[in-house]
Design a protein around this ligand. Structure first.
Ligand SMILES: Cc1cc2nc3c(=O)[nH]c(=O)nc-3n(C[C@H](O)[C@H](O)[C@H](O)COP(=O)(O)OP(=O)(O)OC[C@H]3O[C@@H](n4cnc5c(N)ncnc54)[C@H](O)[C@@H]3O)c2cc1C
Ligand code: FES
Ligand code: FES
Length: 485
């Protein structure tokens, strides 16, 4: 068995004796790297943000910020990370280190008071600093969320500060320049990140396993069908930290090449289940408008840097955001195990609360979206906060309206039943009818009655129903505005 190790700030460090469930956050702090902070331990505050070298979209490597509190350190066996301590460069003997440009801007612009959140902000900001296409974005329009330097403030949407106020932090973000030629982390982007290792990281009765190929992984899952499959760990990490869940066997699938392809064919788009939402967002680049509306509303950039579509469908949650959108897009799920592959329409995938047709030992390999796409698409997420919140209700529309007639309507709903559902009665009310206020009113009344919404701490059942109807009216208002403008 090869010893597990991780490169932290350029220094190779053994992972043992960390347990298979030990998070990167605890691992770092146990080794004295206490710049990385614990605020919430559930992915909500970003105080634990660190940089990971990942396969890049525009360059061989991207520096990606992730929540260290959610990721087991064993998942980064053989990988490279940088913490806030690793960003500054050592000065001459006896003199202080030279601050990294993002640290410098945060310091001089008053972006830090108690400092608890600061290392996390610094790491998220550094990831955006090194984003290869940031310079290109600088030429695009500047607004409240995008700086003249191309800095996208959404890079910080997963970071909370309780004392400074966000303006000085934004000032710092909008003031950072571009990396110099000698910048070691900028240069590092030109080489590939470390390949995933074969990992057998055991302690006591529990073990973290990673295999290099899909064939080896499904064989392993055939032998151990009760193993927990792990991708980005943004759901599982919360289970471990907050609900103290432990697994005897964890099998990582997030770096399997067979689960990380994105193919656009004439009749369909196939998205690998282990691509992160950030990777999908950047690679599709608006090519699926419904998903382009969904992504910015899904959690925060930090979470999207880890979260995968496979994980979102794997939880079977009735309030996951991707299922309503994928239902409206008439997507199907490609399931695979040691016996081979099968394709299941997403509409037939969920069988009950957090249950699906997926068998023990079976993996989601990919999601397929048929082409062409419906021309009118929208994703409405009704939540208590605009960003980084779980949906009370989510509604996805994909409508084909030609010559003023609704030829086809597909509507996916989340948060109104034990599973994500299609709004079949509403779709039937719309199809074949003119896209006019009377049709929309009748369909909105129908939509209010879809599903069996519950009352809970997020919203009452009445509110959820009301929001469904309003959602269709909002879509109508938007399409008619577009026509009259
Ligand atoms: C702060 C925070 C905010 C969040 N906000 C949102 C939000 O706005 N919208 C939303 O929908 N969700 C949200 N989530 C939930 C979570 O981020 C998503 O469900 C995410 O898509 C999970 O993906 P993952 O790769 O991290 O899954 P993991 O945590 O790795 O796995 C989740 C489950 O899926 C299974 N699984 C993973 N990959 C596969 C596969 N390929 N085949 C079979 N099973 C698999 C795992 O076994 C596990 O049961 C949030 C979570 C946090 C912590
Ligand atoms: S500690 Fe709050 S996001 Fe990790
Ligand atoms: S400076 Fe205190 S939490 Fe941000």
């Amino acid at each position: 068995m090869v010893a597990t190790r991780i490169t932290v700030n350029g220094k190779e460090t053994p992972i043992s004796p960390a347990a298979p469930h030990t998070t990167v956050l605890d691992f770092l702090r146990d080794r004295g790297l206490t710049g990385t902070k614990e605020g919430c331990a559930e992915g909500e505050c970003g105080a634990c943000s660190v940089l990971v070298a990942r396969p890049g979209v525009d360059k061989p490597t991207d520096w990606v910020a992730v929540n260290a509190c959610l990721v087991p350190v064993a998942a980064l066996d053989g990988q490279e990370i940088v913490t806030s301590e690793g960003l500054a460069t050592a000065g001459a003997p006896g003199s202080p280190p030279t601050l990294h440009p993002v640290q410098q801007e945060m310091a001089v612009r008053g972006g830090s008071q108690c400092g608890y959140c600061t290392p996390g902000f610094i790491c998220s900001m550094a990831a955006e600093y090194y984003r290869p296409d940031r310079g290109a974005d600088a030429a695009d329009s500047t607004d409240a969320e995008h700086g003249p330097n191309g800095f996208d403030l959404h890079a910080l949407s997963g970071n909370l500060c309780r004392c400074t106020g966000y303006r000085p932090i934004r000032d710092a973000a909008f003031a950072v320049g571009t990396p110099t030629d000698g910048d070691p982390l900028a240069r590092r982007r030109e080489q590939h990140p470390p390949a995933p290792a074969t990992t057998d990281h055991a302690q006591g009765d529990s073990v973290f396993l990673r295999r290099k190929t899909l064939a080896e992984t499904v064989r392993l899952l055939r032998e151990q069908p009760d193993a927990v499959v792990l991708a980005g760990s943004t759901d599982w990490g919360v289970e471990v930290n907050i609900r103290s869940r432990r697994a005897d066997r964890v099998v990582a699938v997030d770096r399997l090449p067979e689960l990380r392809e994105l193919r656009i064919d004439p009749d369909r788009i196939e998205i690998g289940a282990a691509l992160t939402l950030t990777e999908i967002e950047r690679r599709l680049d608006g090519g699926v408008p419904l998903l382009a509306e969904l992504f910015p509303q899904f959690a925060s950039r930090l979470i999207r840097n880890g979260a995968t579509l496979g994980g979102n469908l794997g939880t079977g949650s009735p309030i996951g955001d991707s299922p309503p959108a994928l239902l409206a897009l008439e997507a199907s799920v490609v399931l695979t195990d040691a016996d081979g592959e099968r394709e299941v329409p997403l509409a037939e995938y969920f069988t009950g609360y957090r249950r699906s047709v997926r068998r023990p030992g079976e993996l989601i390999r990919a999601v397929r979206i048929p082409l062409p796409l419906a021309p009118v698409a929208a994703f409405h997420k009704i939540a208590k906060r605009r960003f980084d919140d779980i949906s009370s209700v989510a509604v996805a529309f994909a409508l084909d309206i030609q010559d003023g007639i609704v030829r086809k309507a597909r509507i996916g709903l989340g948060g109104v039943a034990a599973t994500p559902i299609r709004a079949l009665a509403t779709e039937a009310t719309l199809e074949g009818e003119p896209w006019v206020a009377e049709t929309v009113d009748a369909a909105a009344r129908e939509l209010r009655g879809e599903g069996t919404p519950m009352s809970d701490h997020r919203a009452s059942s009445l509110y959820r129903s009301a929001m469904l109807g309003q959602s269709l009216r909002k879509l109508y208002a938007r399409t008619t505005e577009a026509v009259s403008s």
